[in-house]
Design a protein around this ligand. Structure first.
Ligand code: V47
Length: 373
């Protein structure tokens, strides 16, 4: 394969990666333009194995979307409804939200991931009470809730600074921020697909403040719509620059655009090859981010398995209730058991590790062998 890398003109990039040197924007674009997908994947896999060997992480989590009422009008979104009462809109009562956790009292859930629409009429206490309630039901559960876009919205709606919002949510039990809302940082793209929500600089600054306050976060990238290769790499470089400053980013998560039931439905979904390439380039560009997550609901299960050979080392988790992708056409199951996730990781030739949100190991690869013996 190294001969092929040389023939393709990627020897300088391979040498830089080997020497621990950083790749530039132009080099990232060359990785996207290279005709040989497998060669790029091979380079990324070397890097993935250097960091994690065959280990592949997942967690036991639940995703909740408490409301889909949203004042933003992102063209890619199939989930949001503009106003309360619009057909298909919903807002759960706090009891309904908490019930989602109570109903799973018998499951070893370690993380709740909440993403909501930007609801114009709910009081701030809805969110702080939600967090407090979760912790009352399960004191040890990790609360990864509210994207930076939601934090910015709360600050503007309730007349607080971003930092005040984060501090109040942390006091109520918030443990970390999920990566949603990043889309593509390039202003050209943002101006076209999501011009009425928090911009890139503020998104990144909210993560910066969260890290300063002691929280960790993830960063996502929504790809496969109108962005160019250079805009994808620019997105990765802005992420890398923040990570240089704070070290607080745990995982980078490429999210494949799903075109059903939204205003960009005329666009095709990104191909499996493109999905594999994005994960591979992310692994190579983001030398300071430990984990590249292939979110199986977004990639599809089969492609997520292959992505484990293209730079990804994490699959997200059991998920259980997911609406954003299923309303946009995802045909994956809505949930997986830990047994199924472990089996699909093994079937891909990798070794499953159940982690908590902060990547502490909870169940190592040997657990299957013990169970099988
Ligand atoms: O912010 C919305 C994306 C995100 C579509 O932090 C779409 O661990 C594709 O951020 N096609 C929410 N994507 C999900 C998210 C996430 C998922 C998994 C793990 C983590 C984490 C975060 O979903 C939104 C938006 O970027 N999205 N609509 C769509 N039609």
């Amino acid at each position: 394969m190294i001969d092929r890398v040389h023939q393709l003109g990627l020897a300088d990039i391979a040498a830089k990666v080997d020497a621990g040197e950083r790749l530039s924007l132009d080099e990232g674009v060359r990785l996207f333009d290279c005709p040989d997908n497998l060669a790029v994947g091979w380079l990324a896999n070397r890097e993935r194995e250097r960091r994690h060997g065959a280990l592949t992480y997942y967690n036991c989590n639940i995703k909740l979307e408490a409301t889909n009422v949203c004042v933003a009008s992102c063209l890619f979104c199939s989930f949001a409804r503009l106003r309360p009462g619009d057909p298909g809109s919903y807002t759960m009562s706090l009891e309904q939200v908490w019930d989602k956790l109570r109903q799973r009292g018998d499951q070893p859930i370690t993380e709740i991931h909440v993403v909501n629409g930007l609801h114009p009429d709910l009081p701030f206490a809805y969110y702080t009470d939600m967090l407090r309630g979760f912790k009352q039901i399960r004191a040890d559960v990790h609360l990864k809730c509210f994207t930076a876009v939601e934090i910015a919205f709360f600050a503007d709606l309730y007349g607080m600074t971003d930092e005040q919002v984060l501090r109040e949510l942390m006091a109520a039990g918030l443990d970390s921020l999920p990566g949603g809302g990043a889309e593509i940082f390039a202003e050209r793209v943002r101006g076209k697909i999501c011009d009425d929500k928090c911009g890139s600089d503020r998104y990144l600054d909210i993560h910066r403040v969260a890290h300063r306050l002691g929280m960790r976060s993830n960063v996502t990238m929504l790809y496969g719509h109108i962005e160019t290769a250079a805009e994808r790499v620019d997105h990765m470089l802005r992420t890398r620059a923040l990570q240089d400053e704070t070290g607080g980013i745990q995982a980078f998560i490429p999210l494949a655009f799903h075109p059903d039931n939204n205003q960009m439905r005329k666009l095709p979904a990104p191909s499996a090859l493109d999905t594999l390439r994005v994960h591979a380039v992310a692994r190579l560009m983001l030398d300071n981010v430990s984990h590249i997550k292939a979110f199986w609901i977004a990639t599809g299960v089969d492609v997520a398995q292959i992505a484990l050979w293209y730079g990804a080392d994490d699959l997200d988790g059991t998920v259980q209730e997911e609406r954003i992708y299923h309303m946009a056409g995802s045909r994956t199951p809505e949930a997986m058991s830990t047994r199924e996730i472990r089996q699909l990781i093994r079937a891909a030739g990798r070794e499953p590790v159940e982690r908590d949100t902060l990547y502490n190991v909870l169940v190592g690869p040997e657990a299957d062998l013990v169970r099988a013996s």
